[in-house]
Design a protein around this ligand. Structure first.
Ligand code: ZN
Ligand code: ZN
Length: 313
């Protein structure tokens, strides 16, 4: 029987339609841009991108990860509402690398770049919020195959973040506890949506998952994304590696979006835990979603979690 669920953080509604379960084989999607001839993001083509803002080199002085301003920015630096900076982070020098075949060290270099650019944009005048996200494969909005992420500083706080923060604030005033901490405790007690846990992170299939096989990586402690220590970054790299190995085992390679939700500028004390959303993109939003804002997900998160849990053994 279909079930209507509401996300306690975003207030978004979703219908979990149990009967319509999709076969995992529907996930396989090459979706590469076959027509792509010259890759601007490969080594040796550095002159084809705007000037570099950050890089990490290997022992031979060749870059492994690098970032630069986006040639086609969503925002620019002379808007009336304030400035916006839009950069591209090339996750890895390997053109055929992806989250499905990167190793822990490669994830770590990428995350070090995320942190470096996050701090730089966060500290830019008029920045209220920094958005970090990734589109993988065409179906998820990627225009280039070479593995890359994006980071944007915004002169406003996005509504979705404001809603999450307001719900967390209300919860904290009412219960005296951080909503994420209670969620972690309850999910742990229940157990059927927890995929795995490390010292500082928990990976869950959210109760009101909007997308098939959606997951969230939640930082279990108080603290800011930009304050991650080297040890925590290593641990998060292991989490990425563990999660995407499981994803690969269950579903193969598939289009997805990854995005960070973290504290806005000057709201560092908000009772909120930063987290990463991973949303596989196999189904398209259609008329019903557009007319009602209610998503339909035909794979219950409990089933998604079960498959991802057993894929780790
Ligand atoms: Zn390339
Ligand atoms: Zn969120």
């Amino acid at each position: 029987m279909p079930e209507i669920r509401k996300d306690p953080f975003t207030d978004e509604q979703v219908i979990i339609a149990m009967e319509r379960a999709k076969r995992p084989t529907d996930f396989h999607d090459d979706g590469s841009n076959k027509e792509e001839k010259t890759c601007f993001f490969c080594r040796g083509r550095e002159k084809l991108t705007p000037s570099e803002t950050f890089r990490i080199d290997d022992d031979n002085g060749e870059w492994i990860v690098r970032s630069f301003p986006n040639k086609f920015p969503i925002l620019c630096s002379d808007m009336t509402d304030g400035n916006g900076i839009h950069e591209v982070i090339v996750d890895n020098c390997g053109h055929d690398k992806s989250f499905f075949n990167m190793n822990i060290k490669e994830f770590k270099y990428m995350l070090l770049a995320y942190k470096n650019r996050y701090i730089a944009l966060y500290n830019t005048a008029s920045t209220q919020y920094v958005s970090v996200f990734k589109n993988y494969l065409k179906k998820a909005g990627a225009s280039l195959d070479h593995p890359h992420s994006q980071i944007i500083s915004l002169p406003i706080i996005p509504n979705i973040i404001m809603t999450e923060l307001n719900n967390c604030k209300k919860f904290y005033e009412y219960r005296g506890e951080i909503m994420h901490q209670v969620l972690i405790r309850e999910e742990r007690d229940k157990g059927d949506r927890v995929i795995f846990e490390t010292d500082n992170f928990i990976v869950i299939a959210p109760f009101a998952s909007k997308y098939n096989y959606e997951t969230q990586i939640i930082y279990k402690n108080k603290g800011l994304f930009q304050s991650m220590t080297d040890r925590i970054i290593t641990e998060l790299s292991e989490v990425f590696f563990g999660l995407f190995s499981r994803y690969g085992n269950v579903l193969g390679r598939f289009p997805f979006n990854l995005f960070l939700h973290a504290h806005p500028n000057l709201m560092e004390d908000a009772p909120y835990n930063w987290h990463l959303h991973i949303t596989p993109r196999v189904s398209q939003q259609a008329g019903f979603e557009l007319s009602t804002g209610i998503y339909v997900n035909d794979i219950p998160p409990e089933k998604a979690a079960k498959l991802l849990i057993s894929a780790g053994h």
